[in-house]
Design a protein around this ligand. Structure first.
Ligand SMILES: Cc1cc2nc3c(=O)[nH]c(=O)nc-3n(C[C@H](O)[C@H](O)[C@H](O)COP(=O)(O)O)c2cc1C
Length: 406
C-alpha cells in the first residue's frame, strides 16, 4: 500500500484509534456522503449533491450502473493483481481519476489543493476545472505528474481567454486538455436555488446559521479564505464579485466541432472531449482529431432527460474502436462501478462527488482516504471477477439490459 497521509488501505487492520474509527464507520462512499451532509453548511452540500431538475438523471445513473452484471471467472486466482493503466502515454496507479469540478473549495475550503496533493501521492489523474477555486499554477506545483486541465467555452475576443488559459495550463504542467461539450446553457438546479447558493457568499440569517453550525468547515474557511474562480482573476477586472460576474457573463455555449479543431491545433498534447453521449458525436470528435472521449452526462447535472451514461458507453466504445481512448464518468461510487465501466469499453473511469463527500466528511485527509478506499475496492473487484489486471476487464461477460442501441 502506498504511503498516504492517513495510510489506511481498506484491508489494513492497524493504525491510530482515529484511523480505525474512520475505517469502521465510513467503509463506503455512501457513508462519506451521509457524514458530509451533517458536517458542512446546507448550501455547500446541496451544491455538490444535487442534479438538474428533480434529480431524475442522477437516479438514472445509479440504477443503470446497479443493473450491470459481470460474470466472474475462476481457476485463475493470483494475489498480485495490477490496477495500473496507461492513459495518453503515462502510467497511473489505477483506472480511476478525479473529474473536473467547479469550486471544490465551496464544499471544503482548500479542497482543490488537498485533491491535487492526494492525487499526486496516489498517482491518479486529477482534472482541475477552469472554474476551480485554486489556480492552475499552484496545482501544477502540487500535482506535477497527474494534472489534467478542463476548459469551458469563453468565446469573447475570438477565444483569447480560452487560449490563454490552455497556455497557462501547459506551462503549469497539465498533460491532458479536456473540453467540456455538454453545457450549452446553465441548467436549472432547484436544490441550489432553494439553498441560495451564491459566489461570493450572500450573508443572510440562514447562511450565517449554517456556517456557524459547521465549525470544522468554518475553520477551513478562515484558513483558506472565500472560494472564488481564481483562474479567471487576470481577465475579470477588480472589485467585489468581479470574477463571479465575469464567469456569469463570459462563460457559455458549447464548443462547436470547428472550435474543437481550433483547440486541437493550439494544444499539442492529448485532447479529450467530455460530455459525449451519442456514437455519431464520438465519431465527429475522432474526425476533429481528439485523443480521448469522456462519456458523461455531467453526473446528472445538465439534461434531465439524458440517458444514464453507462447505457450509451458500449455503443460509443464500439463506434470509436481503437481510434481514441474512452473515459467514463457519471455515477461511479465504488470499485465495482469502475469495473463495470471497464467491462463495457472504458479504459478508465472518473468520479466527481465521491471526492467532495470525502473532503466534507473528513477534511483534507478525506482525499487520501477515499482514493485508497476506491483503489482497494477496484483491486478486490478485479480479483473477485477472476482478473489479474485492469486491462483484462474487457474480457468479462456482461449483462447490460438497458444498453442503448443506435
Ligand atoms: C460540484 C460539481 C461541479 C462540477 N463542475 C464541473 C466543471 O466545472 N466542469 C465539468 O466539465 N464538469 C463539472 N462537473 C461534472 C463532473 O466533471 C463529472 O462529470 C460528474 O461529477 C461525474 O458524476 P459523479 O459526480 O456522479 O461522479 C461537476 C460536478 C460536480 C458534482
Amino acid at each position: 500500500m502506498r504511503d498516504s497521509k492517513l495510510g489506511m488501505g481498506m484491508s489494513a487492520g492497524g493504525g491510530t484509534r482515529r484511523e480505525k474509527w474512520i475505517r469502521r464507520n465510513l467503509p463506503t462512499v455512501a457513508d462519506l456522503r451521509e457524514r458530509a451532509r451533517r458536517r458542512i453548511p446546507g448550501f455547500a452540500f446541496e451544491y455538490a449533491d444535487c442534479g438538474v431538475g428533480l434529480d431524475l438523471n442522477v437516479r438514472a445513473n445509479r440504477s443503470a450502473l446497479d443493473a450491470v452484471e459481470l460474470v466472474p471467472r475462476c481457476g485463475n486466482d493470483r494475489e498480485d493483481i495490477s490496477t495500473e493503466v496507461a492513459l495518453f502515454g503515462r502510467r497511473y496507479a489505477a483506472p480511476l481519476g478525479i473529474a473536473p469540478m467547479g469550486l471544490p473549495s465551496m464544499i471544503w475550503p482548500g479542497g482543490e489543493l488537498a485533491l491535487g496533493k492526494a492525487a499526486q501521492r496516489a498517482r491518479i489523474p486529477y482534472t482541475v476545472g477552469c472554474v476551480g477555486g485554486c489556480s492552475i499554477e499552484r496545482l501544477g506545483e502540487a500535482a506535477p505528474d497527474v494534472l489534467w486541465f478542463q476548459l469551458y467555452r469563453v468565446a469573447r475576443d475570438d477565444h483569447k481567454v480560452g487560449i490563454d488559459l490552455i497556455k497557462r495550463a501547459k506551462q503549469a504542467g497539465a498533460h491532458v486538455l479536456v473540453l467540456t461539450l455538454d453545457v450549452p446553457t446553465r441548467s436549472k438546479r432547484p436544490r441550489e436555488m432553494r439553498n441560495r447558493l451564491a459566489v461570493p457568499f450572500q450573508p443572510g440569517p440562514r447562511t450565517i446559521y449554517e456556517v456557524a453550525t459547521s465549525p470544522a468547515w468554518l475553520m477551513a474557511l478562515v484558513r483558506n479564505g472565500q472560494p472564488d474562480f481564481v483562474n479567471m482573476g487576470p481577465y475579470a477586472g477588480s472589485g467585489r464579485g468581479a470574477i463571479a460576474d465575469f464567469v456569469t457573463r463570459e462563460l457559455g455555449g458549447s464548443f462547436t466541432w470547428d472550435e474543437v479543431k481550433r483547440y486541437r491545433d493550439v494544444w499539442k498534447g492529448p485532447l479529450v472531449v467530455k460530455g459525449v453521449l451519442h456514437p455519431d458525436d464520438a465519431r465527429r470528435a475522432v474526425a476533429a482529431g481528439v485523443d480521448g472521449i469522456q462519456v458523461s452526462n455531467h453526473g446528472g447535472r445538465q439534461f434531465e432527460a439524458a440517458p444514464a451514461a453507462i447505457d450509451v458507453l458500449p455503443a460509443i466504445a464500439e463506434a470509436v474502436g481503437d481510434k481514441a481512448t474512452i473515459l467514463f464518468d457519471s455515477g461511479v461510487r465504488s470499485g465495482i462501478d469502475v469495473l463495470r465501466a471497464l467491462a463495457l469499453g472504458a479504459q478508465a473511469a472518473l468520479a466527481g462527488r465521491p471526492f467532495l463527500y470525502a473532503l466534507a466528511a473528513l477534511g483534507d485527509e478525506g482525499a487520501d482516504y477515499v482514493i485508497d478506499l476506491l483503489i482497494e475496492e477496484i483491486r478486490t473487484a478485479l480479483r473477485q471477477a477472476g482478473l489479474r489486471s485492469a486491462g483484462e476487464a474487457g474480457s468479462l461477460t456482461v449483462r447490460h439490459p438497458a444498453a442503448l442501441q443506435f
